[in-house]
Design a protein around this ligand. Structure first.
Ligand SMILES: *Cc1c(COP(=O)(O)O)cnc(C)c1O
Length: 391
């Protein structure tokens, strides 16, 4: 079955749900058992790690439905759902390290993941080394005897640098490390981490899975070998997501294929247009043929999302304000992956420790939504005219 079909069919069972197309939303904490024998049997199943309805926190058919959908498309053995993308990241990292261990973390990682390494992980005596995203097989030289996790994110946050994931995974596995990937940019649809050698793939479901800027949620899929650790640790951390949020995530995911195709097309059109602007230093988008990560993207990814970066030539902050403040179709704020367009000034150097970003001008992160791209370009064109007038 192709992904588009899986998105429609996975995680639902109308025949056993009164013919109703979508699975019901179960609100649950207590689950009642009619007899002591039934309670014992249920406890025995739970001890064996079987998925089932035991207690609200352990999930309901609503949760299982989303888990099955994500796993069906992204791959892996099983999937866990978390209350946010960051919760999924931290639980995944905690699953594979203990005091005295070491993490190899990509330098272009999502900011809060870096912060976890520099704060909470340190408190439990887990050290991290940040590495150049372009390192490839060279990662082997950084692996220490106590390295347990090699973490990748491609393309990376803010600068959208690609990584040679198969080369990194091969070197990591040769030394017994577990490979974790933040696969949020591509969504479960456009990158298949398990075919690249990744052991655990993480999604900020908040972004494209939900797709409507109204829910916080996260997922982590693991292969069979990594699943037991991931599950035990995540449950120990008490993670669970609210049923209505889980439902909205799986509803959003039904239309992921059509939305993402449009984000890809619209994003590329706007990115190409931006490249033609005098004040634009460079556009960071791995689907652009002259992007340094283009070959890796073509080899390992099935498509592109609507998120990319732009570096401008140095300009006063007020000129940046002239560009952004009066844009009509672009909101300014954190997060992305909804149906609407966003722009956000960022400073990559504020969160890099081994690969300084070489440009002095401001960096803008664009999320291109489902508006008509010509309208977006007209809005930006007026903005760049305002910026040029303010120089
Ligand atoms: C937003 C984001 C996250 C975190 O997801 P939340 O649901 O906001 O916690 C993780 N990774 C990447 C790449 C993100 O963009």
């Amino acid at each position: 079955m192709k992904d588009e079909t899986k998105l429609v069919t996975a995680g639902r069972d109308p025949e056993n749900n009164l013919g109703i197309v979508n699975p019901p939303v179960y609100h649950a904490s207590t689950v009642l058992y009619p007899t002591v024998a039934a309670l014992d049997a249920s406890r025995a199943r739970r001890e064996k790690g079987e998925r089932g309805v035991y207690y609200g926190r352990a999930g309901t058919p609503t949760t299982f439905s989303l888990e099955d959908m994500v796993c069906a498309v992204e791959g892996g053995h099983r999937c866990m759902v978390y209350p946010s993308g960051l919760a999924a990241i931290v639980a995944s990292l905690m699953s594979f390290v203990e005091a005295g261990d070491h993490i190899l973390m990509v330098d272009s990682v999502y900011g809060p993941t870096r912060r976890f390494c520099n704060t909470l992980a340190k408190r439990i005596n887990v050290d991290s080394t940040f590495y150049d995203p372009a390192i490839g097989a060279g990662i082997a030289e950084l692996i220490q005897d106590n390295t347990k996790v090699v973490y990748v994110e491609a393309p990376g946050s803010q600068t959208f640098v690609m990584q040679d994931i198969p080369a990194i995974a091969e070197a990591a596995h040769a030394r017994g490390c577990t490979v974790l990937m933040d696969n949020t940019w591509a969504s479960p649809l456009y990158c298949k981490p398990f075919t690249l050698g990744v052991d655990v793939s993480i999604q900020a479901g908040t972004k494209y899975i939900v797709g409507h800027s109204d829910v916080m949620i996260g997922t982590a899929c693991a292969n069979e070998a990594s699943w037991p650790e991931l599950e035990v640790t995540s449950r120990m951390l008490g993670h669970t997501a609210g049923p209505d949020d889980v439902y909205l995530a799986q509803r959003g995911m039904r239309t992921l294929s059509v939305r993402l195709k449009q984000h890809w097309e619209n994003g590329l059109k706007v990115a190409e247009w931006l490249k033609g602007q005098d004040v634009v230093e460079c556009v960071m988008h791995p689907a652009l043929p002259d992007d340094p990560g283009h070959e890796l993207w073509k080899r390992d990814f099935l498509g592109a999302s609507g998120l990319f970066g732009t570096t401008l030539k140095p300009c006063p902050r007020a000129a940046l304000g002239a560009l952004i403040d009066d844009l009509e179709l672009f909101g300014m704020g954190a997060s992305w992956g909804g149906y609407e367009s966003l722009v956000l000034p960022q400073d990559p150097n504020a969160s890099r420790s081994v690969t300084p970003w070489p440009y002095e001008g401001p960096c803008l992160r664009f999320h291109i939504g489902l508006e008509d791209p010509d309208d977006l370009i007209a809005d930006l064109d007026a903005g760049f005219k305002r910026l040029n007038a303010a120089l």
